[in-house]
Design a protein around this ligand. Structure first.
Ligand code: GAP
Length: 460
């Protein structure tokens, strides 16, 4: 099994993520986060919010509605431009994005230059050269508001959270009394009718974005763009992604999105190649200018110190919560040899273990409380210990099977610390803290346990 298969199998087996509507055969490229997955993804979002909003004095939060006025998507350019070029095979009826055909990158370049020819290309499915001329396919999901399905009632499921930030720019700026430069951050669902979804959480139809729009003076945009590139890369590294697995990729002028003046992808070294993890974009004044034009509401900013009026430029950081969750899982997955403890808790031999070396801030459980064995004598004290830990840390209690098996179970889901209650604990009122990565053990008095854990789990 390669890394992607191992992580997929672990995710399903241990309850990180399941295919949506699995009992009906799956809804296709939509995922449900199970008990561990919801903790992990919430921790990713929490860490992002902490870094982008809580510890800064220049960014505020927003939670805008998913359904917006349909004109928003005309103004944003998504109705016209948010498309993928597709071909159909006349023989086998399969449909492909042209960048998924052999030599796809050249085809995309040719498509953008307006001179693509697919007549000599074999269908990847049936092998015949019967592909149609490429045509654009809009990636937004369309629905209708109200009982009548007519053009006046069209609504789109938002394909990015950013537009909610633009249309609320003035409301937020004035209510929060912000001066430029300042940012607005948002986490929320987005939807894209992707033609080639796949690779587990990498590309799905429904996902969450973590986006921040930083509003600046036009002359500051280029410098702020560089700052945000570095800042966003730092965030991933600080949460445990090795630097060697991340890189920047600048967009060439002919691949820039319709709104972007400059764009860089932070790419991750996925098992299926280097791919985008997050985008940092210099969007110029595109969005606020377009919403001013389409809504009739002047979204320019008046600087009361310099008495200048201008349309702010935007530097955007745009990451996916699901894609980041997947990346943290991939980067954390490891296998090594661990001593196997016998019934008395002494190590006898070694066995292979799977371990998620997740940053403690991201780990679903921070602490597992484990009595050495399931025994009437140990259970009351072990439960007492758990009751003391539980209000402070996301934690779990496990007393079934041998202690070695239970350590393995916690290692595999990334729990940084196990607290073991043994028969000596009944006498000396102390427990053992075992650390996940080094497997080092230290004995601490129960009375000091909460403090000792707090020292080891700062900010958790
Ligand atoms: N507002 C700009 C924007 O939406 P994007 O590069 O299209 O830019 C930003 O998307 C991020 O959203 C991506 O880097 C990725 O992390 C996430 N994302 C985009 N499409 C996705 C999908 N189909 N499934 C999961 N995540 C996706």
């Amino acid at each position: 099994m390669d890394l992607a298969d191992k992580v997929l199998s672990l995710a399903k087996r241990r309850g990180f993520a399941f295919a949506s509507s699995e009992i009906y055969g799956g809804a296709g490229s939509t995922w449900d986060f199970g008990p561990l997955g919801v903790e992990l993804k919430n921790n990713v979002k929490r860490a992002w919010w902490r870094a982008m909003v809580q510890v800064r004095d220049d960014i505020v939060g927003l939670d805008a509605a998913i359904l917006m006025h349909p004109r928003v998507w005309e103004a944003s350019g998504h109705v016209e431009n948010f498309t993928d070029p597709l071909v159909d095979c006349k023989n086998c009826k399969h449909r492909f994005r042209i960048d998924d055909l052999p030599d796809g990158e050249r085809l995309i370049d040719a498509w953008r230059a307006g001179s693509v020819d697919v007549s000599s290309i074999e269908c990847p499915s049936c092998g015949l050269k019967q592909l149609t001329v490429p045509r654009n396919f809009n990636l937004m999901f369309k629905t209708h508001v109200g009982p009548v399905e007519e053009s006046a009632s069209i609504a789109w499921l938002r394909p990015e959270t950013a537009q909610g930030i633009y249309v609320d720019f003035e409301n937020v700026q004035q209510s929060a009394r912000r001066r430029i430069p300042f940012g607005i951050a948002q986490i929320g669902k987005a939807f894209r009718n992707e033609i080639t979804p796949g690779n587990f959480l990498y590309r799905s139809l429904e996902f969450e974005q973590m986006e921040m729009q930083y509003f600046v003076r036009p002359e500051d945009a280029a410098a702020r763009f560089e700052e945000w590139k570095a800042e966003r890369l730092r965030w991933y590294v600080a949460l445990g992604i090795p630097e060697a697995k991340l890189r920047f990729r600048e967009h060439a002028p002919n691949e820039l999105a319709h709104y972007a003046k400059a764009a860089v992808d932070i790419e991750f070294d996925f098992p299926f190649g280097w791919k985008e993890l997050e985008g940092v974009h210099n969007r110029g004044d595109w969005d606020l200018r377009r919403h001013t034009e389409y809504s009739g509401k002047d979204l320019s900013y008046f600087d009361d110190l310099t008495k200048e009026k201008f349309i702010p430029n935007v530097v955007e950081t745009s990451g996916g919560a699901d894609r980041a969750t997947y990346v943290f899982l991939l980067a954390a997955y490891d296998e090594d040899l661990a001593p196997v403890a016998d019934a008395a808790g002494k190590s006898a031999k070694e066995e292979r273990r799977a371990v998620l070396r997740l940053h403690p801030a991201l780990a679903p459980y921070k602490v597992a409380v484990l009595p050495l064995s399931k025994s009437e004598k140990l259970t009351p004290l072990a439960r007492e210990v758990w009751a003391a830990v539980r209000p402070r840390f996301m934690s779990v209690y496990d007393e079934t099977q041998a202690i070695g098996r239970r350590y393995r179970r916690q290692d595999e889901i990334g729990t940084p610390f196990c607290v073991t209650v043994d028969f000596d604990s009944l006498e000396d009122k102390a427990v053992t803290i075992r650390e996940r990565d080094s497997m080092a053990q230290v004995r601490v008095p129960i009375a000091e346990l909460a403090d000792r854990l707090r020292e080891r789990l700062p900010g958790c």
